[in-house]
Design a protein around this ligand. Structure first.
Ligand SMILES: [Fe+2]
Length: 286
């Protein structure tokens, strides 16, 4: 790529891109190279950036349509484009391990693709860390594209005919209660088990903790298939572990990446990261 210096981070996914100032506004050439890099590497890290909420939202909108954050939307009906990840509230106050907001965010410790439970799931998430713990708090990423490629052809063919129900309440009630209005705003949705990248035609699994059941299979068989696929997708050698650094922008491709938080001591450390998402496409289901 002409515009960036690229360093690969893992055999399956991930690249560090340097040589661009994201706050300066992207040229068409730079924007197209970022699109290409998302398609190629699935996870991008841009170090040494100076970002504000306004700049982050402008960057988000340069990449597509900003996604309304579902927690605020579901609970209040109000549109916000930012989610705060960490343990710092809107007044800048640190919230400890037992605070309900911290416990609620522990749902992010399950492997997931952001907004896979929405009719139009996310294209990418964009994260900017302002404060990070002095120890722990990494986020792990795996490629569902590489996982698909590890399947044999019979499995690829069989899974290519399946659809999956994604259900936010199913997944998140495993770790904390979901507000009733929020739950009512997110009815279960159906997505193909295998997705195809429209630019490069690469196929990938599309599962994660929100994936509840497979259409046409009973509950026991659904869980057997989904759970085994998740185990195989997330084996340690497939994981890119990312330790957050203040001043970096990270973009990941929710169409083909799963991620999970690994936890940190919220009593001891402050963690404040701002996340936006770009709306993706609803794919036809079988
Ligand atoms: Fe997430």
């Amino acid at each position: 790529m002409a515009e960036f210096k690229i360093e690969r981070l893992h055999a399956d996914l991930g690249a560090r891109l340097s040589g661009v100032d994201l706050s300066a506004g992207l040229s068409v050439l730079q924007l197209n190279e970022i699109y290409d890099a998302i398609d190629a590497f699935s996870f991008l890290c841009f170090p040494d950036q100076t970002i504000s909420d306004a700049i982050q939202l402008a960057l988000t909108r340069r990449l597509g349509v900003a996604e309304a954050e579902h927690v605020t939307l579901g609970k209040t009906g109000k549109i916000s484009y930012f989610g705060s990840v960490g343990n710092i509230n809107d007044d800048g106050i640190q919230q400890g391990n037992q605070h309900q907001d911290t416990r609620f965010q522990s749902g992010n410790h399950l492997w997931h693709s952001d907004s896979s439970f929405r009719y139009q799931p996310s294209y990418v998430s964009i994260m900017f860390p302002y404060e990070v713990p002095g120890e722990a708090g990494a986020t792990e990423f795996v490629s569902q594209r590489a996982a698909y490629q590890r399947l044999n052809t019979a499995e690829q063919s069989a899974y290519g005919k399946m659809s999956v129900i994604h259900d936010y309440v199913f997944s998140r009630t495993q770790t904390a209660p979901v507000d009733f209005c929020h739950a009512a705003s997110l009815p279960p949705v159906k997505h193909p088990l295998i997705r195809t990248n429209p630019a490069n035609q690469m196929k990938n699994l599309y599962i994660g903790s929100h994936a509840r059941s497979i259409v046409g299979l009973d509950g026991i068989e659904s869980r057997r298939v989904i759970d085994q696929l998740l185990v195989d997708t997330t084996r340690p050698q497939h994981i890119l572990s990312h330790s957050w650094q203040v001043g970096e922008v990270v973009i990941w491709d929710n169409r083909c990446v799963l991620h999970r938080g690994t936890g940190y001591d919220a009593d001891r450390w402050r963690r404040h990261m701002r996340q936006t998402r770009v709306v993706g496409e609803h794919k036809g289901v079988l």
